[in-house]
Design a protein around this ligand. Structure first.
Ligand code: FES
Length: 257
């Protein structure tokens, strides 16, 4: 049942941690008269405004677009990355999904490869390192070609677009009991491997990105499927199977090292 257009009182239990490597703990914060029309991040804004007036430290959290596009936001809400709504980022979650007197536990992404910077903010630069290792096409592509100059079947184009929907938020890592980044990496490999422009470097890309993922300290995939369930863009684990095929093929390619 939703509570649209009302106000609710909630109890937040928020992870507070002053900095990297410092011991943190859950802090209990009572929030009164929260409009159910607010987004989750607006609720945190409101709490922070009150805390600043009272001379208390605001709760640090990442955000940017607040439209489900940039992948900056993210926290584990009541044990679920991005909260209880399927296919939704934290910035698009609304307080109408909660009830009066609810207790809401908010924690950062927890993974060895995502060290906590402060409170709910984690360092996700490991994902950038993986992209830097091969998540691109290095040929000179020239100007934008006509849309129909390179024939690509609709089936392939749609699979590539579905993979390209990944916003790199890291929810897949946070959801996985092994803190694996395989859904993220496989989406980035797939979006290029499926298209003709990405094929010439497909083997080297898969080789480099999988090794970069291992070097960054992410765990392995044991088919838990928690990543797919938590992904706000509904990236399919079919991409992981494709990544594994690309990686095996790369192992047989003489030019890959
Ligand atoms: S703030 Fe950009 S996706 Fe949530």
């Amino acid at each position: 049942m939703t509570t649209q257009g009302k106000t609710i009182n909630i109890t937040l239990k928020v992870w507070r941690q002053k900095g990297p490597g410092v011991k943190g703990k859950l802090e209990t914060i009572e929030a009164k008269n929260i409009s159910t029309d607010m987004s989750f991040l607006e609720m945190l804004d409101t709490i922070n405004e009150g805390r600043i007036v009272q001379g208390k430290e605001p709760i640090e959290f990442d955000n940017d677009c607040r439209e489900g596009i940039c992948g900056m936001c993210g926290a584990v809400v009541n044990g679920i990355p991005h909260g209880p709504e399927k296919a939704m980022t934290l910035c698009q979650l609304h307080m109408r999904k909660f009830k009066n007197e609810d207790i809401i536990v908010v924690e950062p992404w927890r993974a060895r490869a995502f060290p906590i910077i402060k409170d709910l903010v984690v360092d996700r630069s490991a994902l950038d390192k993986i992209i830097q290792s091969g998540g691109f096409v290095s040929m000179v592509a020239g100007g934008a070609p006509d849309a129909n100059a390179i024939p690509i079947s609709q089936n392939i184009a749609e699979k590539a677009m579905d993979a390209a929907a990944c916003i790199g938020c890291g929810a897949c890592v946070a959801a996985c009991p092994n803190a694996s980044a395989m859904l993220f990496v496989s989406a980035k490999i797939s979006q290029l491997a499926l298209l003709p422009q990405g094929k010439p470097e497909a083997a080297q890309r898969a080789w480099n990105m999988v090794h970069a993922m291992d070097d960054c300290g992410f765990g392995n995939c044991t088919n838990e499927k928690e990543c797919e369930a938590a992904c706000p863009k509904e990236i399919s684990i079919v991409n992981i199977a494709r990544m594994n095929r690309e990686f095996i093929k790369a192992g047989f390619a003489s030019h890959v090292m």
